[in-house]
Structures are given as C-alpha cells and as structure tokens.
Design a protein around this ligand. Structure first.
Ligand code: UDP
Ligand code: GLC
Length: 487
C-alpha cells in the first residue's frame, strides 16, 4: 500500500511547480508562506529531485485539487530571514492516555503558547492536555478502523475514511511550521499532510516495529512513510530504533530520546503512604504493584501465577484498565485469580491517576511484558519513587535496568523466575533498598524532563535551522534578561 501511495504521490512533484500557485481555491485555504526546510533524502518532495515512478491516480488528484500548494522550495529558501519561533502541530490518534500520550504532554508543554495537539479521538487524554494548558482539538469523532494487526484490505478500506480527517489536518497544518506525528495513524495522516502542505514531518516512534507487535502491512506502511516523508524519527529507545532500522528504516533519520520525567512528582510523604495503605486494606502485606493497561502482552497473568508461588503475605495490586478493547483478557485475569484462590491477594484497582502515591505504597514494582517493551515508563516511574523494580529482559527495559545494580531482570513469560525475585526482595530487604536507592539517583539524572526536552529542542533546531525552538527562545530571553540586569 505504501508503494501504491508513494506511486500515487510521486507524479505530483513533477507538476508541483505549476500547481503550486493555482490550487488554493478549491477548499478556500489561504495562500500561505512557504516553510524552508531540508526535505528528507529520497523524498518525492525533495527540491529538484526526480520522481521515481510515473503514474497518476485519482486519489492524488483528489488531494492536490483540494489543498494549497505553496511556492517553490528555492523561492522559500531565498526568503529566509531571521529565525522565527517554531509553531508545531502535534498529531496523536488516541483519546486515551497511554504511555505515548503521557510522553507527548511533556514534549508539547514547552511549545504550548504556539502549538496545537490534534487528536483523532476524543477522551480523557484531551482533558489531561487541557489541564496542562496545552491547546488541543479533536479532529474527528469517527474511529479509524485500522488496528496493529490489520491486513492490506482493511488498510486500503480505511483510506476513504481518512479523507475528511486528512482535509482537516491539511487546513490546520498550513498555519504551523512543523508536523509532529506521535503515533502510527498520526504518521499516515501527517505524512500526507506534510507532502501536501510542504511542512516538515517529525515522527516520534514509541513502538517496536516488529512482526510480534504489527502486521506486515502496518510495518511497511510505517517504515516507508517515515523513510519518504519524515525529516527526523525520534525513537523512544535503542530497541525501538534498532527495530525500525531492521524493518528497513533509514538509520540516518533516527535519533534516540528517552521519555522525560519530573523527579519531584514522584515523592510522596509518609503519612499519605500509611493512609493509602489503610484505604486499600493492605497494612502489613508485602505489596507487589503492577502498573499497566490490561493487555495480554503486558503480562498481568504472569504476575498472578508468580503470586501463587509466593508466601501468603505477598499481595498484588493491578493498576490500569483495558484501554484498547481487551475485555476478554480482563475476564481471563479474573478467572485465573478465582481458579488460584487468590481473591484476597490480587486487587484490581482500575485506571488511576495517583500513580506515584500507589507506587509509594508498594514494596516492589513488577513489569512483566511478554514481548519487548519499547521503553516502559512505569519502570522509570518506579525507580523515581525509590522502589525496587523487576522488569522483563527484552527491548527498552534492558536499557533502563541493570540486573542487581538498579533493579532486577527476568526472562519474559516465566512466572517461576519472577516468584524467585519477589521472594528475594521479601527476604533481603536491605540489599533491595540499596538497589532501589541507586535506581532513584540514576533515574533522576538520566530521565530528567528538562534535559530531555532540551535534547528534543536541539534536534529540532539542528534539522530546521530557519527556526528557533521555543526552548531556545526562552533560554536566549533569559540570558538577555540576565545581561540587561547586570548592566
Ligand atoms: N498509568 C496511569 N494509570 C494507570 C496505569 C498506568 O496513569 O492506571 C500510566 C503509567 O504511570 C505510565 C503509563 O500509564 O506512565 C504507561 O506507560 P508505559 O510506557 O509503561 O506503557 P504503555 O501502556 O504506554 O505501553
Ligand atoms: C508506548 C510504548 C511504551 C513507552 C511509551 C512512551 O506506549 O508501548 O513502552 O514507554 O510509548 O514512549
């Protein structure tokens, strides 16, 4: 499908210049100033680049006839003057607050005066963005039917469904300098919008693009769109970056940036901990916390099996809900708990927004993903709370945890091994506390949100030199202010 799409889009470029001035009218888009940016190498939109294919199909014409096409790249570059502050259109497909969405809150926050987050679904994530004073607009209320495991037919079938959304994104994107796609469906829409509006595209890759997680067609769509249309792919871990490259992604496009966290948000006072313990009826228990949406690959069933192999004071709290329709799995988990007679030792707390407080109540935090976790926010959050963490030995988790130094690693899908670690932590409280303390110190340094946002700002500034990023602008203002005061 990607090849088809690229074939569809490539001949457009040959006609680009003649169309550039003419096509504004159809949907009444205003004529906009062209953005100067370096087109991705091999991109069908690269200035002066030759089209690699030659077919023109209806869909291409549909797109071209409906959008504003700006002036040529050369004209634009000639008009470059003093750097402006970058305005970013962030796109995310979800209305629910998964890890990628929570990460986006931190990334978008420094740009909130001049940016917009466009969502492809309404939900609590919109409310969260509003609470953080980040401008947000829900761009469609029609769910996009493609899923991670969708086949070619389903993917093609969704194209018609995407057309109104794409039109809307294009209308908005021309008011911004950069499109920042935070999820896969956002990449699809963002890539097409980037091509049509000539706004550069950044793709924040939060997934491990492997067959374990995605259908072949989804993998090819993501990798090809990123290769052809993105100027920068920000991977959330080495594991995600490597999977992208293995799936055919251009290594030169990529940069690795971990999620950032505000360490002070993960401190809870003793009295609150005791109060919460009481409310949960868990005083005197050894509490193992699991903080993830309920989904088979997050492996809550592994933790339940492990609890059955631990002494009776060991209790688990499962924090999180089925965010993406995994109701069957939720039912299976309840059945497993009943079958093992663990009703009093496994508590389902549902989705919560008091994660740091709940983590503070735990004696150990377990991360049990059965396939490679791209990054694993909960692992870092547990470390910042000063709690020992046991994670599965795969993907991004291995970049976060060093076994025996700042946490524990176990083989994915092995409840016996997990039970052994739980028992060790139960028996060797002192060593475990030292490990947890090491974790807190190193995590506060490695994942500090200010430093992480700074690296994103620098990446954007280096790629799109016409612009100052908001962070840089603020930094300069601060320096200027200081200098003024000193005078
Ligand atoms: N989380 C939450 N409430 C819950 C369960 C989880 O706010 O009830 C948060 C958790 O603190 C973490 C995020 O959801 O920040 C999950 O991100 P992670 O990267 O661990 O996994 P994902 O679900 O994105 O794959
Ligand atoms: C995705 C990944 C998760 C990662 C999060 C933030 O949701 O599944 O591992 O921590 O994005 O990057």
């Amino acid at each position: 499908m990607v090849e088809a799409m690229i074939t569809l889009l490539t001949p457009v470029q040959t006609r680009c210049q003649s169309l550039q001035r003419g096509a504004t009218a159809v949907l009444g888009f205003p004529q906009v100033e062209q953005v100067a940016w370096e087109p991705p190498s091999g991109s069908p939109v690269a200035c002066g680049g030759k089209p690699s294919r030659s077919a023109g199909l209806t869909a291409t014409r549909w797109l071209i006839n409906r959008v504003s096409t700006p002036n040529s790249c050369t004209d634009a570059i000639n008009r470059v003057s003093t750097p402006k502050i970058m305005k970013i259109l962030f796109l995310d497909q979800s209305g629910k607050p998964g890890g990628a969405e929570l990460c986006l809150i931190d990334i978008a926050k420094p740009y909130r005066d001049r940016s917009l987050v466009g969502l492809f679904a309404d939900g609590p994530f919109r409310t969260l963005l509003q609470q953080h004073h980040i401008p947000v607009e829900v761009l469609t209320n029609q769910p996009i039917e493609v899923r991670k495991q969708s086949n070619l037919l389903q993917a093609i079938g969704s194209l018609g469904q995407l057309a109104p959304l794409l039109t809307k994104v294009i209308k908005i994107a021309i008011k911004y300098d950069l499109i920042y796609a935070n999820t896969q469906k956002a990449l699809v829409i963002g890539a097409l919008a980037s091509f049509i509006t000539r706004r550069p595209l950044v793709y924040h890759l939060h997934d491990i693009l492997s067959k374990e997680h995605f259908s072949q067609i989804n993998l090819r769509v993501a990798v090809n769109l990123a290769n052809h249309f993105a100027s920068l792919v920000i991977a959330n871990s080495q594991a995600s970056q490597q999977a992208f490259v293995q799936a055919g992604g251009h290594p030169k496009l990529t940069a690795i940036v971990y999620n950032g966290f505000e360490p002070k948000n993960y401190q809870t006072c003793e009295s609150n901990i005791r109060q919460l313990q009481q409310q949960l009826g868990l005083e005197g228990k050894f509490i193992v916390g699991h903080f993830s949406r309920l989904a088979p690959w997050k492996g809550q069933h592994i933790l339940i099996s492990a609890i059955a192999q631990c002494p009776p004071e060991v209790t688990a709290i499962l924090v999180g809900d089925a965010l993406f329709g995994e109701q069957d799995y939720v039912q299976q988990l309840h059945q497993q708990v009943a079958a093992l007679g663990l009703e009093h030792r496994v508590k389902f707390l549902g989705f919560r927004s008091d994660i740091p407080q709940l983590m503070a109540v735990c004696d150990l935090v377990a991360h049990t993903s059965t396939s490679a976790e791209p990054f694993g926010r909960v692992i870092v959050e547990a470390m910042l709370c000063g709690k020992p963490v046991v994670a599965t030995k795969a993907g991004g988790a291995m970049e976060l945890v060093e076994h025996g130094i700042n946490g524990f690693l176990v083989t994915p899908g092995e409840p016996e091994e997990l039970a052994q670690v739980i028992n060790t932590c139960l028996q060797q409280a002192e060593i475990t506390a030292t490990i947890a303390s090491n974790a807190r110190t190193s995590a506060s340094q490695r994942f500090d949100v200010t430093a992480i946002n700074d690296s994103i700002a620098k990446l954007l500034a280096s790629k799109f030199s016409k612009y100052r990023t908001y962070a840089q602008a603020t930094e300069n203002r601060t320096t200027e202010d200081t200098e003024d005061t000193e005078e």
